[in-house]
Design a protein around this ligand. Structure first.
Ligand SMILES: CCCC/C=C/CC(=O)SCCNC(=O)CCNC(=O)[C@H](O)C(C)(C)COP(=O)(O)OP(=O)(O)OC[C@H]1O[C@@H](n2cnc3c(N)ncnc32)[C@H](O)[C@@H]1OP(=O)(O)O
Length: 408
């Protein structure tokens, strides 16, 4: 790599890379395959097979034109090089000048094949196209797989469209209160979303609430091993749940479609964007429940909104309006409820078209600055809560919630 002495060198390189990319895209449209669309692929190019006929080669050239997704510049250059090698043999033209970017890139790809025999180049071209076609097919078959996975979730709905995977909490009659099953399913859904080919992952709620937080019946369902075991298992669940937000590798967006309570508020500090309807409220009534902050909020909230405002929320349980949450930095943007869904999804669809790897890597750079710290905070908060759940303050608060309901 050339030395980067000039302060302008990196932007220049970025700009030049953009120019090269545009030129190669343009060239590929004209010279190779029309409009190519294939995601990042693992290519297995045979170096030994020699059996491709001229007919196979021509079929492969036609197949390239039918690919559904863009294979990327690197693959397009490889296709070009193999085509030239298969039809003309080793590179036999002078190297283009340094400013002739597109022809230089093509020449280098072709020249890199050295003395590869024409027959091998032809076979490798056929193999490469066949790999692209099967990957393209399998990516277009992703939907049935997603549907199969969906059948495994009972409390969330997971869908993928337009580069966005949406995980929707789906207990509207219970205000999307989070049962133990739901924590598990959200973690599974996040895991699946982290590996799928979407660019952005969204968490939202079905119905009038985003989520009313931890389902308080989680604490009433005591196993035969006793309350200590229950508290211990709940702390492990909590730690794992929050951990999956800390470690989530792609841009994560909360579409807060209504009021949010407890843990559904605290983990917002771990999202990359938080869009809220103006109907949303943000409430962490931990002290009222004899509990303490979780979701890394004891660390993220003072950082986001300053210690005074964080204390008002986390210690004294002040409920924020969407406007207040925006003013305090917890929410990225507030939208009128009447246009919320339309505006948010339009915005997200545009964002999902940005270069996927750049988004993911940028998120990871930001997160890496404090990942260890977040995990340490999560562990501490979970362990403190394990104790709190055994306290009479907490037990009384939960009994009050259910006895008030019973009186109604
Ligand atoms: C692994 C463990 C991690 C633990 C960490 C998390 C900490 C927290 O999340 S603390 C926050 C806990 N949440 C709450 O305290 C909220 C409790 N719920 C309410 O205060 C009200 O239900 C709410 C203000 C959200 C909505 O009030 P309403 O509009 O009046 O609706 P209803 O109360 O009639 O609710 C409808 C239906 O849903 C049930 N519901 C709602 N939220 C919860 C909940 N969090 N837990 C259990 N059940 C909940 C409510 O009881 C009603 O049920 P039915 O009466 O059977 O219809």
């Amino acid at each position: 790599m050339p030395p980067q002495n000039s302060a302008h060198a990196p932007p220049f390189r970025v700009a030049m890379a953009g120019v090269v990319g545009r030129l190669i895209r343009c060239w590929c449209r004209r010279a190779v395959a029309g409009s190519l669309k294939v995601p990042a692929l693992q290519l297995h190019v045979s170096k030994t097979a020699m059996g491709a006929s001229q007919k196979d080669f021509e079929n492969a050239m036609n197949q390239v034109k039918l690919l559904k997704e863009d294979p990327g510049n690197e693959v397009k250059l490889k296709l070009y090089a193999l085509y030239k090698q298969a039809t003309e043999g080793p590179c036999n033209t002078p190297k283009p000048g340094v400013f002739d970017l597109i022809n230089k890139a093509k020449w280098e790809a072709w020249n890199a094949l050295g003395s590869l025999p024409k027959e091998t180049a032809r076979q490798n071209y056929v193999d490469l196209v066949s790999g692209l076609s099967s990957s393209s097919d399998s990516s277009s078959q992703a939907k049935p797989e997603a549907d199969r996975k969906q059948a495994e979730y009972e409390t969330v709905v997971m869908t993928s469209e337009d580069g966005i995977t949406k995980i929707m909490l789906n207990r509207p009659a219970k205000k999307n209160a989070l049962t133990e099953q739901m924590y598990q399913e959200i973690m599974l859904a996040l895991e699946a979303a982290s590996k799928d080919d979407s660019t952005i992952t969204v968490l939202t709620g079905n119905g009038d609430y985003y989520s009313s937080g931890n389902d308080l019946t989680n604490f009433t369902n005591i196993p035969p091993e006793g309350v200590e075991a229950k508290a211990k298992n709940s702390a492990i669940l909590l730690r794992n749940f929050v951990g999956s937000f800390i470690d989530f590798p792609k841009p994560l967006v909360a579409v807060v479609n209504g009021p949010a309570v407890g843990i559904s508020v605290t983990v917002l500090g771990l999202f990359d964007l938080v869009y809220a309807t103006d109907r949303a409220t943000f409430h962490t009534p931990f002290s009222h429940l004899g509990q303490t902050p979780e979701g890394c909020s004891s660390y993220t909230f003072p950082k986001i909104m300053g210690p005074a405002k964080a204390a008002e929320m986390l210690i004294f349980g002040k409920k924020l309006t969407a406007g207040e949450a925006y003013a305090q930095g917890l929410v990225t943007e507030v939208f009128p409820d009447s246009t919320f869904q339309k505006e948010v999804w339009t915005r997200l669809k545009a964002y999902s078209k940005l270069p996927q790897n750049a988004l993911r890597i940028s998120k990871q750079i930001i997160r890496s600055q404090e990942k260890e710290k977040l995990h340490a905070v999560n562990a501490k908060e979970s362990s403190i809560l394990q104790e709190r759940w055994l306290s009479s303050e907490c037990m009384n608060a939960i009994m009050n919630f259910f006895s008030q309901k019973a009186k109604l």
